[in-house]
Structure formats: structure tokens, C-alpha cells
Design a protein around this ligand. Structure first.
Ligand code: MRU
Length: 377
């Protein structure tokens, strides 16, 4: 017998009983990524909720050229591996709207736009994956108008698939939660990072929606504050119980015994299960391991990169020194002081308890578990 609706007899989320998944975008909020079709000329624009302005301002960007899409991805107006994949797919549609009429030149224009989009951020494999998938979908076509129509259909499919994958990851992951427990998450992996409810945060949102009473701890995530600006905002938006901590407080928190699990997302997962994610994730994984706390990585299969044997081969994006030498608009360090600002780190597979994808929960050894999930076995 369940203690409350949505809570199973063993105290976890009874997600089936809870019915459908929570909405990706809460009522009245602007979606993270959207395609706005224009009624007059059959063309459209990529709309992005500008995350550099959150949580204080809700500003929607309307982008109609590839340079603007690339720049928006680069400055993190849209961020989070699945969300930049969807934005990259629509970015190619934007490119197709502005190309030359002659088929050969149009093809060249599209290939060069794909290169510019694919390289806007190097670590999240979802970006290159989505752009290449769109390009492949028109490989056999010549006629620009047909190509445009096909690219938009493919981008919309990628968008819808990511939303569905988030809901599925949420349902699988929520079975690992316990009513009344506290969890730690890192960076932002919710609706602002995907086309759905999110990956790691989506699991916690699904549990909350099913009726579990959860407390979500979230680190600030220096230097760009995805934790305090975005995850705290999402928790508040959904009326979830959260608590913000400075990144440097994670060690005593994990030592305290209050945290029952750490849930993080990923930007690229190698064949052996090594997972790249926001800088600071690896440190949390070591701490969780040292204190016997389960460490879960939640990511759609579009984040798996079977071409890489292990995480040492993942290219880690390094970002501008100014992000560290400043705190928002305020200067924090001496101008010109040398900085090392890697945006991601790699958590070795041996520190990961399970990887949750839309196809289920993979446990070590990951190489075979992930291969099976890829094959859908
Ligand atoms: O630099 P960001 O904000 O794009 O980094 C995002 C992350 O590291 C996320 O954890 C990851 O992309 C997974 S998002 C569901």
C-alpha cells in the first residue's frame, strides 16, 4: 500500500501511478528553444530564451542567421547538451532559408553553416550529432526548397524526441528516489538544458511531481552560475524544496550523511562510461565515492559517443579568462592575471553508480550495458 498517492510501498516514486510526466515548460513561461514559423513567406525563426539574462529577466531572442545562432550557443544564451543540439538543428534550418538558389552552391552554403554550428561548442556531442543527423537527412536531395522542408521536419523530430527522452529518463530515474530524502545536483540539467523536463533535474522533478517530498541541494557552479541562476530558478518555478550552497561546501555536505544520491547530467559519454560534464562534477564524484553516496549520471542516448574508447579522448572546452576574473559584471581578479577555465571535466566510470538513459538504467560494467542500450536489446 502507498503511504501517499505517487509514493510506492518502499518509499520510492510510483511513477506509473502518477500518470503523465510533468510539463516541460511551466504555464506562462517561455520555452527554452522554439521554432516560430512565419505565416507570410513559409520561413521562420529560431527563438531562444536568453539564459544569460535569467533569472532576473525573461528575454526571447529571434534568430534568423547562422552567425547569430552560433554566437548565441557560444555565449550560453542557450546551453545544456540536449538544448544546444536542438538549437543547432534549427540553426541549419535558418541557414537553409538564406542560401543561394543554385543546388551546388546551396549545398556548399549548407555544409559551411553545419561546420560553423558544429564547432560552436566542442564538448557536448549532442550539437554535432544533431547537425550531422539533419545534414544526413538531406544527403540525397538537390532542390533547395525540398531540403528546407526536410531539414525543418528533422529538427522538429529531434526536438520532440528529446522531450520524450527526458520524460522517459525521469520515469526510470525516479524509481531510485526515496520519499523524504535529500539529493545533490550540479549545474543546470532541467528544462533550460533540454527540450523537455531535463535529465538529472528531470528525475528529481518527476519524483516531486509523483508526490515525493524531496530536498534538492545545488551548488552555485562558478564561474557562470548555472546552479544559482538557473537550477534555483527552475526549482522555485516548480515550487520544489531546494537549497543553494557555495561549490566549496560540497565536501562537508557529502560527509554529513544528509545526501542520499548525487544526480548529474553529461555532455559526452565515452564507450566505457567515462562522462564529461560541467566542471566540478568529477570532484563531486570523488567525494560521493569517498562517503559511500550513490552517484548517478542521467543523459539521453544522443549524449553517448561510441566513437571514443574512454573519457581521456573527450575534448574539453576552455573558456575566456574574463569569466573567472569577473563575477557577473563586477571585476573580481586583477585584469590580465593568467587563468585556467575548463568548462567541463571527466568523471571516470568507476565512480559512477549507474547511467540513466531514456532506455533504462545501465549499471557497470558500462561498456556492455551501454552497447546493449544502443542496440535496444
Ligand atoms: O556549459 P553548460 O551550461 O552548457 O553545461 C551544461 C552541463 O554541463 C550539463 O550538465 C549538461 O549539458 C547536461 S544538460 C541536460
Amino acid at each position: 500500500m502507498s503511504a501517499r498517492p505517487g509514493v510506492s510501498a518502499r518509499g520510492g516514486a510510483d511513477v506509473n501511478a502518477a500518470g503523465s510526466s510533468p510539463p516541460a515548460t511551466p504555464a506562462g513561461a517561455a520555452p527554452t528553444v522554439a521554432w516560430r514559423a512565419s505565416e507570410d513567406d513559409g520561413c521562420g525563426a529560431l527563438e531562444l530564451l536568453d539564459q544569460t539574462r535569467l533569472p532576473h529577466e525573461s528575454v526571447v531572442l529571434r534568430l534568423t542567421d547562422v552567425a547569430s545562432v552560433r554566437a548565441a550557443i557560444g555565449r550560453l544564451s542557450v546551453r545544456g547538451a540536449p538544448a544546444i543540439g536542438v538549437a543547432g538543428a534549427y540553426g541549419l534550418v535558418v541557414a537553409a532559408q538564406t542560401g543561394p538558389a543554385a543546388p551546388a552552391e546551396f549545398r556548399e552554403h549548407l555544409t559551411s553553416a553545419a561546420d560553423r554550428l558544429r564547432t560552436a561548442r566542442p564538448t557536448a556531442v549532442n550539437l554535432a550529432w544533431a547537425v550531422d543527423r539533419c545534414l544526413d537527412s538531406v544527403a540525397e536531395m538537390d532542390e533547395p526548397t525540398q531540403i528546407r522542408t526536410r531539414l525543418l521536419a528533422e529538427a522538429r523530430t529531434i526536438h520532440a524526441e528529446d522531450e520524450a527522452a527526458c520524460a522517459a529518463m525521469g520515469r526510470h530515474g525516479a524509481t531510485l528516489l526515496r520519499d523524504g530524502a535529500s539529493y545533490l545536483t550540479h549545474c543546470n540539467t532541467g528544462r533550460l538544458a533540454t527540450a523537455g523536463i531535463g535529465t538529472a533535474l528531470g528525475v528529481l522533478i518527476t519524483g516531486h511531481d509523483a508526490g515525493l517530498e524531496l530536498e534538492v541541494f545545488v551548488g552555485e557552479v562558478r564561474p557562470l552560475l548555472q546552479g544559482s541562476r538557473l537550477t534555483a530558478f527552475e526549482l522555485q518555478e516548480r515550487d520544489m524544496r531546494g537549497r543553494l550552497l557555495p561549490d566549496s561546501a560540497a565536501a562537508p555536505l557529502l560527509r554529513s550523511g544528509r545526501i542520499e544520491g548525487v544526480f548529474v547530467g553529461a555532455d559526452r559519454i565515452a564507450r566505457n562510461g567515462d562522462a564529461a560534464n560541467k566542471i566540478g562534477t568529477y570532484g563531486l564524484a570523488e567525494l560521493a565515492h569517498a562517503h559511500g553516496v550513490p552517484f548517478y549520471v542521467v543523459a539521453p542516448t544522443s549524449t553517448l559517443d561510441p566513437s571514443l574508447d574512454n573519457g581521456d579522448l573527450i575534448l574539453i572546452e576552455e573558456r575566456a579568462a574574463d569569466e573567472v576574473l569577473a563575477f557577473g559584471q563586477a571585476r573580481a581578479g586583477p585584469v590580465g592575471f593568467p587563468v585556467w577555465n575548463p568548462a567541463f571535466d571527466v568523471t571516470p566510470a568507476h565512480l559512477i553508480t549507474a547511467i540513466i538513459t531514456e532506455r533504462g538504467i545501465a549499471r557497470p560494467p558500462f561498456e556492455s550495458a551501454l552497447a546493449q542500450q544502443f542496440l535496444g536489446a
